[in-house]
Design a protein. Structure first.
Length: 225
Protein backbone atom coordinates (compact mmCIF):
# COMPACT_ATOMS: atom_id res chain seq x y z
CA UNK A 1 0.00 0.00 0.00
CA UNK A 2 1.29 3.45 -0.88
CA UNK A 3 2.47 5.56 2.01
CA UNK A 4 0.28 8.57 1.39
CA UNK A 5 -1.29 10.54 4.20
CA UNK A 6 -4.65 9.21 3.03
CA UNK A 7 -7.87 10.65 4.38
CA UNK A 8 -11.13 8.72 4.16
CA UNK A 9 -13.88 11.03 2.90
CA UNK A 10 -16.27 9.40 5.36
CA UNK A 11 -14.21 10.54 8.33
CA UNK A 12 -14.02 14.31 8.47
CA UNK A 13 -12.20 16.63 10.83
CA UNK A 14 -8.92 17.48 9.10
CA UNK A 15 -6.62 19.61 11.20
CA UNK A 16 -6.17 23.05 9.66
CA UNK A 17 -2.53 23.20 10.74
CA UNK A 18 -1.50 19.69 9.75
CA UNK A 19 0.75 20.99 6.97
CA UNK A 20 2.72 23.43 9.14
CA UNK A 21 6.44 22.85 8.99
CA UNK A 22 6.21 19.55 7.12
CA UNK A 23 7.61 20.76 3.80
CA UNK A 24 10.21 23.49 4.43
CA UNK A 25 11.17 25.71 1.53
CA UNK A 26 14.25 24.45 -0.28
CA UNK A 27 16.89 27.18 -0.27
CA UNK A 28 17.71 28.66 -3.67
CA UNK A 29 16.19 27.52 -6.91
CA UNK A 30 14.96 23.99 -7.57
CA UNK A 31 15.46 22.05 -10.77
CA UNK A 32 12.62 20.21 -12.42
CA UNK A 33 12.73 17.01 -14.46
CA UNK A 34 13.54 18.99 -17.59
CA UNK A 35 16.50 20.76 -16.00
CA UNK A 36 14.85 24.15 -15.55
CA UNK A 37 15.38 26.16 -12.38
CA UNK A 38 12.05 27.45 -11.07
CA UNK A 39 12.49 29.72 -8.05
CA UNK A 40 9.90 32.15 -9.43
CA UNK A 41 6.94 29.87 -8.76
CA UNK A 42 7.25 30.00 -4.98
CA UNK A 43 8.02 33.69 -4.85
CA UNK A 44 5.24 34.75 -7.18
CA UNK A 45 2.44 32.89 -5.43
CA UNK A 46 3.92 33.27 -1.93
CA UNK A 47 1.75 30.56 -0.38
CA UNK A 48 2.45 27.25 1.30
CA UNK A 49 -0.69 25.12 1.24
CA UNK A 50 -2.37 23.87 -1.93
CA UNK A 51 -5.24 21.60 -2.89
CA UNK A 52 -5.14 19.92 -6.30
CA UNK A 53 -8.47 18.44 -7.35
CA UNK A 54 -8.07 15.65 -9.86
CA UNK A 55 -4.49 15.41 -8.62
CA UNK A 56 -4.22 11.70 -9.39
CA UNK A 57 -4.85 12.37 -13.07
CA UNK A 58 -2.53 13.23 -15.94
CA UNK A 59 -2.15 17.00 -15.53
CA UNK A 60 -2.99 17.14 -11.84
CA UNK A 61 -0.23 14.71 -10.86
CA UNK A 62 2.37 16.80 -12.69
CA UNK A 63 1.08 19.90 -10.93
CA UNK A 64 1.28 18.19 -7.54
CA UNK A 65 4.84 17.14 -8.34
CA UNK A 66 5.83 20.70 -9.24
CA UNK A 67 4.38 22.08 -6.02
CA UNK A 68 6.11 19.47 -3.85
CA UNK A 69 9.42 20.10 -5.62
CA UNK A 70 9.05 23.78 -4.81
CA UNK A 71 8.68 22.97 -1.12
CA UNK A 72 4.96 23.46 -0.73
CA UNK A 73 2.45 21.44 1.29
CA UNK A 74 0.07 19.64 -1.04
CA UNK A 75 -3.27 17.91 -0.61
CA UNK A 76 -4.80 15.95 -3.47
CA UNK A 77 -8.52 15.27 -3.84
CA UNK A 78 -9.55 12.67 -6.41
CA UNK A 79 -12.34 10.11 -6.67
CA UNK A 80 -10.09 7.85 -8.79
CA UNK A 81 -12.78 7.42 -11.44
CA UNK A 82 -10.19 8.18 -14.11
CA UNK A 83 -7.10 9.02 -12.05
CA UNK A 84 -4.71 6.52 -10.51
CA UNK A 85 -2.60 6.41 -7.37
CA UNK A 86 0.20 5.11 -9.59
CA UNK A 87 0.52 8.68 -10.90
CA UNK A 88 1.42 9.80 -7.37
CA UNK A 89 3.68 6.90 -6.41
CA UNK A 90 6.79 9.08 -6.67
CA UNK A 91 5.26 11.43 -4.07
CA UNK A 92 4.82 8.68 -1.48
CA UNK A 93 4.64 10.20 1.99
CA UNK A 94 4.84 13.77 0.69
CA UNK A 95 1.21 14.58 -0.13
CA UNK A 96 -2.08 14.19 1.69
CA UNK A 97 -4.54 12.22 -0.43
CA UNK A 98 -8.30 12.50 0.00
CA UNK A 99 -10.37 10.01 -1.98
CA UNK A 100 -13.67 11.81 -2.43
CA UNK A 101 -16.03 13.13 -5.07
CA UNK A 102 -16.63 16.84 -5.60
CA UNK A 103 -20.35 16.16 -5.35
CA UNK A 104 -19.77 15.15 -1.72
CA UNK A 105 -20.04 18.64 -0.23
CA UNK A 106 -19.05 17.71 3.36
CA UNK A 107 -15.91 15.97 2.08
CA UNK A 108 -15.04 18.94 -0.14
CA UNK A 109 -15.57 21.34 2.75
CA UNK A 110 -13.15 19.36 4.90
CA UNK A 111 -10.63 19.07 2.08
CA UNK A 112 -10.28 22.86 1.72
CA UNK A 113 -9.61 23.43 5.42
CA UNK A 114 -6.30 25.25 5.85
CA UNK A 115 -5.79 25.58 2.09
CA UNK A 116 -4.76 28.88 0.54
CA UNK A 117 -4.89 28.09 -3.17
CA UNK A 118 -6.84 25.45 -5.10
CA UNK A 119 -5.86 24.13 -8.51
CA UNK A 120 -9.12 22.71 -9.86
CA UNK A 121 -8.28 20.02 -12.40
CA UNK A 122 -11.04 17.49 -11.67
CA UNK A 123 -13.54 16.79 -14.46
CA UNK A 124 -14.96 14.10 -16.70
CA UNK A 125 -12.80 15.12 -19.62
CA UNK A 126 -14.42 13.33 -22.52
CA UNK A 127 -16.60 14.71 -25.29
CA UNK A 128 -17.91 11.27 -26.37
CA UNK A 129 -18.70 10.37 -22.76
CA UNK A 130 -20.57 13.64 -22.32
CA UNK A 131 -22.72 12.81 -25.32
CA UNK A 132 -23.60 9.42 -23.84
CA UNK A 133 -23.89 10.62 -20.23
CA UNK A 134 -24.64 14.37 -20.11
CA UNK A 135 -25.98 14.25 -16.54
CA UNK A 136 -22.79 12.65 -15.23
CA UNK A 137 -20.73 15.27 -17.03
CA UNK A 138 -22.83 18.08 -15.58
CA UNK A 139 -22.52 16.67 -12.06
CA UNK A 140 -18.75 16.29 -12.27
CA UNK A 141 -17.95 19.53 -14.06
CA UNK A 142 -20.65 21.96 -12.93
CA UNK A 143 -22.15 20.75 -9.64
CA UNK A 144 -18.74 19.67 -8.40
CA UNK A 145 -17.26 23.05 -9.26
CA UNK A 146 -20.05 24.93 -7.46
CA UNK A 147 -19.49 22.78 -4.37
CA UNK A 148 -15.79 23.54 -4.50
CA UNK A 149 -16.24 27.28 -5.02
CA UNK A 150 -18.77 27.56 -2.21
CA UNK A 151 -16.57 25.59 0.17
CA UNK A 152 -13.62 27.79 -0.75
CA UNK A 153 -15.39 31.09 -0.20
CA UNK A 154 -16.79 29.94 3.14
CA UNK A 155 -13.45 28.67 4.43
CA UNK A 156 -10.99 31.40 3.59
CA UNK A 157 -9.38 30.00 0.44
CA UNK A 158 -7.67 32.89 -1.32
CA UNK A 159 -7.51 31.73 -4.93
CA UNK A 160 -9.01 29.09 -7.21
CA UNK A 161 -7.28 28.31 -10.51
CA UNK A 162 -9.77 26.60 -12.80
CA UNK A 163 -8.77 24.29 -15.64
CA UNK A 164 -11.22 25.13 -18.39
CA UNK A 165 -11.28 23.79 -21.93
CA UNK A 166 -10.72 25.14 -25.41
CA UNK A 167 -13.87 23.24 -26.37
CA UNK A 168 -15.72 26.39 -25.29
CA UNK A 169 -14.57 28.06 -28.52
CA UNK A 170 -16.13 25.53 -30.85
CA UNK A 171 -15.52 26.02 -34.57
CA UNK A 172 -14.44 29.64 -34.87
CA UNK A 173 -14.13 31.16 -38.37
CA UNK A 174 -11.14 33.31 -37.39
CA UNK A 175 -7.79 32.04 -36.18
CA UNK A 176 -6.09 32.15 -33.79
CA UNK A 177 -8.76 31.64 -31.18
CA UNK A 178 -8.89 34.18 -28.38
CA UNK A 179 -10.88 34.97 -25.24
CA UNK A 180 -12.90 37.69 -26.93
CA UNK A 181 -14.64 35.29 -29.29
CA UNK A 182 -18.23 34.29 -28.60
CA UNK A 183 -18.29 30.68 -27.35
CA UNK A 184 -19.81 28.01 -29.59
CA UNK A 185 -20.51 24.96 -27.47
CA UNK A 186 -20.83 21.84 -29.60
CA UNK A 187 -21.11 19.17 -26.92
CA UNK A 188 -22.40 18.69 -23.36
CA UNK A 189 -18.77 18.63 -22.22
CA UNK A 190 -18.10 22.04 -23.74
CA UNK A 191 -21.28 23.41 -22.18
CA UNK A 192 -20.36 22.04 -18.75
CA UNK A 193 -16.82 23.39 -18.82
CA UNK A 194 -17.99 26.81 -19.93
CA UNK A 195 -20.73 26.86 -17.28
CA UNK A 196 -18.17 26.08 -14.58
CA UNK A 197 -15.95 28.83 -15.93
CA UNK A 198 -18.83 31.30 -15.63
CA UNK A 199 -19.49 30.17 -12.06
CA UNK A 200 -15.87 30.99 -11.26
CA UNK A 201 -16.44 34.47 -12.65
CA UNK A 202 -19.68 34.80 -10.69
CA UNK A 203 -18.05 33.80 -7.40
CA UNK A 204 -15.28 36.30 -8.05
CA UNK A 205 -17.66 39.20 -8.68
CA UNK A 206 -20.24 38.23 -6.04
CA UNK A 207 -18.11 37.00 -3.15
CA UNK A 208 -14.66 38.36 -3.92
CA UNK A 209 -13.13 34.90 -4.31
CA UNK A 210 -10.04 35.31 -6.46
CA UNK A 211 -10.31 33.05 -9.50
CA UNK A 212 -8.14 32.39 -12.53
CA UNK A 213 -9.80 30.70 -15.51
CA UNK A 214 -7.62 28.85 -18.00
CA UNK A 215 -8.63 27.19 -21.27
CA UNK A 216 -6.43 24.22 -22.06
CA UNK A 217 -5.91 23.18 -25.65
CA UNK A 218 -4.19 19.88 -26.51
CA UNK A 219 -2.03 18.79 -23.59
CA UNK A 220 0.19 15.72 -23.89
CA UNK A 221 3.06 14.08 -22.06
CA UNK A 222 4.01 11.38 -19.54
CA UNK A 223 1.15 9.70 -17.64
CA UNK A 224 -1.34 10.55 -20.36
CA UNK A 225 -3.78 7.74 -21.07
Amino acid sequence: MLGFHKVDSRQHGLATNQFEGRLPWLAGSTQDDCGFNRPWFHRKLDVTTYLVTGGAGFIGSHLATRLVQDGHAVRVLDNLSTGSLANLAHLEGRVDFVQADLCDLPAVTEAVQGVEVVFHQAALASVPRSVEHPLDTHAACVTGTIHLLDACRRNGVRRVVYAGSSSAYGNQPVMPKHEGQVPQVLSPYAAAKLAAELYCEAFASTYGLETVRLRYFNVFGPRQD
